[in-house]
Design a protein around this ligand. Structure first.
Ligand code: NDP
Ligand code: GDR
Length: 324
C-alpha cells in the first residue's frame, strides 16, 4: 500500500485528491494546522464521506520542524503540496503571510524532504495566476510568466524552487500549473461559489441582490474532480516534469453569472450589481490554457463541462441552504 502525504487536506483539492487516492488504495495522511474549530476543518472530507478514512496529523507549512517530524514519521511515497493562502484578493492585505505560506511553505517542504534524504514523488500546486498579464493568448508550459499579485509572486517562487530542487538534487518533483477549478466544495470567497450561493439565496427568497467586482475578467474554469486526476498522473510518471492543466475554454464572470442564474430560472441582470470594492489593485484579465502536453503525455482530458459545473454548484447550494 502506498502512502501519500497531502498538505492543504482541509481545502477543496485536498478533499477531492483524498477521495481519488483512497479509491486507488492509498493510505492518505493529511497535514492539518491547529484550529480552534477542528470540526469545520474536516467539513469537506465529511461532505465526500471520507471522515475517518484520512489520517490527520498536525503541522504547519511555515514550521519546518513540524514538517521534518511528520515526514520522518510518515515516510510517504508521494507528497502533494496543496497548502497555501490561496485567495488572490487577500494576498494584497496579507502579502507577507502569503509569501511565508504559499511561497516559503514549498521551500520548507522540499528542504525537509532533502534533509531527511527521503525520495517521495513530489507534486507542487502551481497556478495559472503566474501567467498574470498574459504574454500569449493561449498559455502553455513555455509561456513567460508575469505575476500580478503577491499570491502569484509567491506561487512563482514555489514553482521555481520545485524546478530547482529537481535539477539540483534529482528529486522527482513536478509542478502542475493548474487553471481555475471549482466545485461545490469551493470556498465561498471565490467568485464562482459566491455566485452559485447568491443564486441559491435569491431563488429561496433569502436575498435579492448579489454584489460582484469586475464582470469582464475571463477564466478557464474546470472541475476540481477532473483536475486532481492530473495531479496524480504527474506523480506516476517515470520522469518528473511540469504540466499546464486547463480546459482550453475561457468565459467571463458575466457569462458564468448567466449560466448559474439561468439554471435556476433567473435573469442575472435583475440581481447582480457591480461594487468597485471588489475590484483588485491589479487584475488578471483573461486566462486560457493549452493543455496539449498533459493530454499527450498523461492522457489527461477534462470530462466535466462548464455548464455541468455551474449546474452542480447551484444545485448543491440550493440543497445546503434548504437544509439550513
Ligand atoms: P483552498 O484554499 O481550498 O485550501 C488551501 C489549504 O491550505 C487549506 O487546507 C488550508 O488549511 C491550507 N493551509 C493554509 N495555510 C496553511 C499553513 N500555514 N500550513 C498548512 N496548511 C495551510 O485551496 P484549493 O484546494 O482550491 O487549492 C489547492 C492548492 O492549489 C492551493 O495551493 C492553491 O493555491 C492551488 N491552486 C488552486 C487552484 C484552484 O483553482 N482551486 C488553481 C491553481 C492552483 P485551513 O483549512 O486550515 O485554512
Ligand atoms: P482567482 O479566483 O483570483 O482566479 O484565483 P477568484 O474566483 O477569486 O477570481 C476570479 C475572477 O473573478 C473576479 N471577480 C471576483 N472575484 C471574487 N473572488 N469575488 C468577487 O466578488 C468578484 N467579482 C469579480 C476577480 O477579479 C477575478 O478576475 C483562483 C484561486 O483558486 C487561486 O488560488 C488559483 O491559483 C487561481 O484561481 C488559478
Amino acid at each position: 500500500m502506498k502512502t501519500a502525504l497531502v498538505t492543504g487536506i482541509s481545502g477543496q483539492d485536498g478533499a477531492y485528491l483524498s477521495q481519488l487516492l483512497l479509491e486507488k488504495g492509498y493510505h492518505v495522511v493529511g497535514l492539518m494546522r491547529r484550529s480552534s474549530n477542528a470540526e469545520k476543518s474536516v467539513e469537506r472530507l465529511h461532505w465526500l464521506g471520507l471522515g475517518g478514512e484520512v489520517e490527520l496529523t498536525d503541522g504547519d507549512l511555515t514550521d519546518l520542524s513540524s514538517l521534518i517530524r511528520v515526514l520522518a514519521k510518515v515516510k510517504p511515497d508521494e507528497v502533494y503540496n496543496l497548502g497555501a493562502q490561496s485567495f488572490v484578493a487577500l494576498s494584497w492585505q496579507q502579502p507577507i503571510l502569503t509569501g511565508e505560506v504559499t511561497g516559503m511553505g514549498a521551500f520548507n517542504m522540499l528542504e525537509a524532504i532533502r534533509l531527511l534524504e527521503l525520495k517521495p514523488h513530489f507534486y507542487q500546486a502551481s497556478s495559472s495566476e503566474m501567467f498574470g498579464m498574459v504574454q500569449a493568448k493561449l498559455q502553455n508550459e513555455s509561456t513567460p510568466f508575469y505575476p500580478r499579485s503577491p499570491y502569484a509572486v509567491s506561487k512563482l517562487a514555489a514553482h521555481w524552487i520545485t524546478v530547482n530542487y529537481r535539477e539540483s538534487f534529482a528529486m522527482h518533483a513536478s509542478s502542475g500549473i493548474l487553471f481555475n477549478h471549482e466545485s461545490p466544495l469551493r470556498g465561498i470567497e471565490f467568485v464562482t461559489r459566491k455566485i452559485t450561493d447568491g443564486v441559491a439565496r435569491i431563488k429561496l427568497g433569502l436575498s435579492t441582490r448579489l454584489e460582484l467586482g469586475n464582470l469582464e475578467a475571463a477564466r478557464d474554469w474546470g472541475h476540481a474532480r477532473d483536475y486532481v486526476k492530473a495531479m496524480w498522473l504527474m506523480t506516476q510518471q517515470e520522469t518528473p516534469e511540469d504540466y499546464v492543466v486547463a480546459t482550453g475554454r475561457s468565459a467571463t464572470i458575466r457569462e458564468f453569472c448567466e449560466l448559474a442564474f439561468s439554471h435556476a430560472g433567473l435573469n442575472y441582470q435583475d440581481h447582480v450589481r457591480v461594487n468597485p470594492a471588489f475590484f483588485r489593485p491589479a487584475e488578471v484579465d483573461c486566462l486560457k490554457g493549452d493543455a496539449s502536453k498533459a493530454r499527450e503525455k498523461l492522457g489527461w482530458v477534462p470530462e466535466i463541462t462548464l455548464e455541468e459545473l455551474a449546474a452542480e454548484m447551484v444545485e448543491a447550494d440550493l440543497r445546503r441552504l434548504a437544509q439550513k
